[in-house]
Design a protein around this ligand. Structure first.
Ligand SMILES: Nc1ncnc2c1ncn2[C@@H]1O[C@H](COP(=O)(O)OP(=O)(O)OP(=O)(O)O)[C@@H](O)[C@H]1O
Length: 255
C-alpha cells in the first residue's frame, strides 16, 4: 500500500459523481492538525458532498461514486479494504440537525466507547463526564444523566452530539452547518465550543454564515460549482481575497 506522511488530513484530486452528474470536480485540500477550516460557497456548490467524502459517508448514498485520494495517518481511505467503522472513529461527524439517539444522555456518550470495547463502568462514567465537560454541557446535565436526551433543548442536543462525537477519541471532526438550526445563544455556545475543541482536534466545518466562518475558522475554502476557487487564511479570504468570485460571494453579490 502506498503511504504518505501527513500529520493532518489531505484530499488529492477528489471527484464525486451522482450518477452521471459530477458534483465535485477535482478538489485537493490539506487540513492542518488543530486548525478549523471552513468550507463556504453558494447553495449546491458541493460543500456537503465534499465534506462527506472525507469520512466515506458518500458510501451510504446509492448513486454516489468518489474518485481520488483522502489521506489520514499515512493511509488513503479510498483504498479497498479500509475498515469504515474504524475510519469513522477517527473522523467523526456532526450534522446540521441534532440527532441524539433515543436513549439517555449517558447512553448517548457511552454507546461509542462501549461499541469499541470499553465495558468498565468507572471508565465509562469518566468518559461521559469528560466529554460532557468538554462540550460545556456537564453543569446542565450532571443531575439528569439518565433522562432521555430528547428532553434537552435543540442547542443542548447539538452539544450532546458533539460530546458523543469526541467520546470515541477522533482526530478529526466534520461539521455540516452544525449551528444553522439553533437560536443565537445556542449558536454562540457551539461556536465557543469549536474554538475550544480545536486545541485537540482538526475541524472541518461547512457553514452558510460568513460571520461564523470568520469567527471560528483559521482557514477558509471557497467552493463554487464543484471546485475550490480559493483556499487561504480566513483573515485573508475575508479582507483581501485574491479571486473576484470570492470577493463577490463574501460581499453578498451572489449566493
Ligand atoms: N444524493 C444526491 N443525488 C443526486 N445529486 C445530489 C445528491 N446530493 C447532492 N446532489 C447534488 O450535488 C450538488 C452539490 O450538492 P451539495 O449538497 O453537496 O451542495 P452544498 O454546497 O452543500 O449545498 P447547500 O449549501 O445547499 O447545502 C448539487 O447540485 C446537488 O443537487
Amino acid at each position: 500500500m502506498q503511504t504518505v506522511q501527513t500529520q493532518g488530513l489531505s484530499a488529492k484530486n477528489v471527484h464525486v459523481y451522482y450518477g452521471e452528474k459530477e458534483a465535485i470536480k477535482g478538489v485537493s485540500l490539506d487540513f492542518a492538525p488543530r486548525e478549523v477550516t471552513a468550507l463556504i460557497g453558494p447553495s449546491g456548490c458541493g460543500k456537503s458532498t465534499f465534506l462527506r467524502s472525507l469520512n466515506r459517508m458518500n458510501d451510504t448514498i446509492d448513486n454516489a461514486r468518489v474518485t481520488g485520494e483522502i489521506w489520514i495517518d499515512g493511509q488513503n481511505i479510498n483504498e479497498p479494504g479500509v475498515d469504515v467503522v474504524l475510519l469513522r472513529q477517527k473522523i467523526g461527524m456532526v450534522w446540521q440537525r441534532p440527532n441524539p439517539f433515543h436513549k439517555s444522555i449517558y447512553e448517548n456518550i457511552a454507546f461509542g466507547p462501549r461499541y469499541h470495547g470499553i465495558k468498565n463502568k468507572k471508565q465509562l462514567d469518566h468518559i461521559v463526564e469528560d466529554c460532557l465537560r468538554k462540550a460545556a454541557l456537564w453543569d446542565e446535565t450532571k443531575d439528569r444523566l439518565h433522562n432521555s436526551a430528547l428532553a434537552l433543548s435543540g442547542g443542548q442536543q447539538q452539544r450532546l452530539c458533539i460530546a458523543r462525537s469526541i467520546a470515541v477519541q477522533p482526530k478529526i471532526i466534520l461539521m455540516d452547518e452544525p449551528a444553522s438550526a439553533l437560536d443565537p445563544v445556542s449558536t454562540a455556545k457551539v461556536e465557543e465550543l469549536i474554538s475550544e475543541l480545536k486545541q485537540d482536534y482538526t475541524i472541518v466545518i461547512v457553514t452558510h454564515n460568513m460571520h461564523q466562518a470568520a469567527r471560528v475558522s483559521d482557514k477558509t475554502a471557497f467552493f463554487y460549482m464543484g471546485k475550490v476557487v480559493e483556499y487561504d487564511r480566513t483573515d485573508k479570504i475575508f479582507t483581501n481575497p485574491s479571486e473576484k468570485a470570492t470577493n463577490d460571494y463574501i460581499s453578498g453579490r451572489f449566493g
